[in-house]
Write a protein that binds this ligand. Sequence first.
Ligand code: ASP
Ligand code: MG
Length: 457
Amino acid sequence: MNELYVVSKFGGTSMGDVECMLRSAQIVLRQKSILVVVSATSGTTNELIELSKISEKSSWDNALLIITKIKVKHLKMARELEMNPEKMENLHQLFEELESMSRGIHLLKDCSLKALDSILSIGERLSSHLFTEALSIVFKRANSEYKAQWLDARDVLITDDQFSKARPLTSEIKRRCEEQLSGIKHTNTVYVTQGFIGKTKLGMTTTLGRGGSDYSAAILAEGIEANILEIWTDVAGIATTDPRLVSSARTIAEISFKEASELATFGAKILHPATLLPAIRSDIPVFVGSSFQPELGGTWVKKDVEDAPLVRAMALRKKQILVTLSTPEMLYSHGFLYQIFKVFNDHKVSIDAITTSEISVSLTLDDSTLINHDLILDLEAFADVAVEENLALISLIGNNINHTPGLAKKIFETIPDINVRMICLGASKHNFCFMVAEELGAVVINRLHETFIGNLV
Ligand code: ASP
Ligand code: MG
């Protein structure tokens, strides 16, 4: 039997069509995964959201159009997989459930978050049935001793009742994993289950929030005490920077969880490490790779890494603004920062980087924040507010950044001709960031990549 217990998660594009599913199933076979967590087929969650809105607000015919579209897409896949009538029945039941729920929403003209979660669950429930079939085909063709078995994630992944962003109840999940999946490491059964969805203790269907399948996979990997979590997507791991900006960008072999968190916050789109938290806290290394080109390798995200370079990656975040607040009253006083943070807290706006002097404070924010006029008005109630727009936030991610002599010199020597608006260094060992005019962002990141990463082998 296996010695390494692997949980593999496949995103929506890896479920995109039958070809994608069969390719993903080959990966399961090769990796000897014991539990597979899947997303809805690509685009389906968005279609289900649209369906819920149309059912609530538009005509029933329009709702039926979307239901038909979803049906046609999944039935085509089922036919291509040559599913037998008995297994097709699972899909038909889900289509019926979808139609009844949409009808209910339409009649009541009311789509609560609770109803929405049940509607959204259909996406992952459909794809997981199809993928179970794809996996059975691949096992059979390979004469494998393994069998694919569909599992309802809601029997295990128990959450609270914050619909649309439910939180997992870790100890209950652990108990259910022990109860229901105790044999998982000792049988030939490979379970296929849904990402993104869960159930309350009272049996109501919940979801963990958009993109929640990575989180589900990490929760389940922790629940069954797996040794490896694999996240299969459509890019081969995390890159040193955005390859669309810098042509010499390349895949990072390994990155610590803390670095990956800084990188995600400051620009990289591929995965949000917060979703990996259950795996990281249980010390389960996470591999991120492409199901389309598994041979390209990928990135390991781990709690502790062997190699800790000064600069591992860099990110560019556009559409940033710099808000500077000043008041002479801050001199020899206290509570100014408290007042500022309270306003941001009241408006639930997250601040990215911050620097302060005696009488002023500068904060970087996404420019979409400016739509919130009340936030600015509330700040103006106690300080002069200046807003600079069209900026880009550049961040270097690595290790020991705040204890390395000469790093800032090297950075700024690379860009002697460029005006730097704000520098943030000191808070993190893993991050150095500053702002430049947005139109210069690409030039800056190219030069820095060349200096710090480009010429390494
Ligand atoms: N299907 C869900 C979404 O699109 C969850 C996921 O794919 O992770 O948000
Ligand atoms: Mg996804």
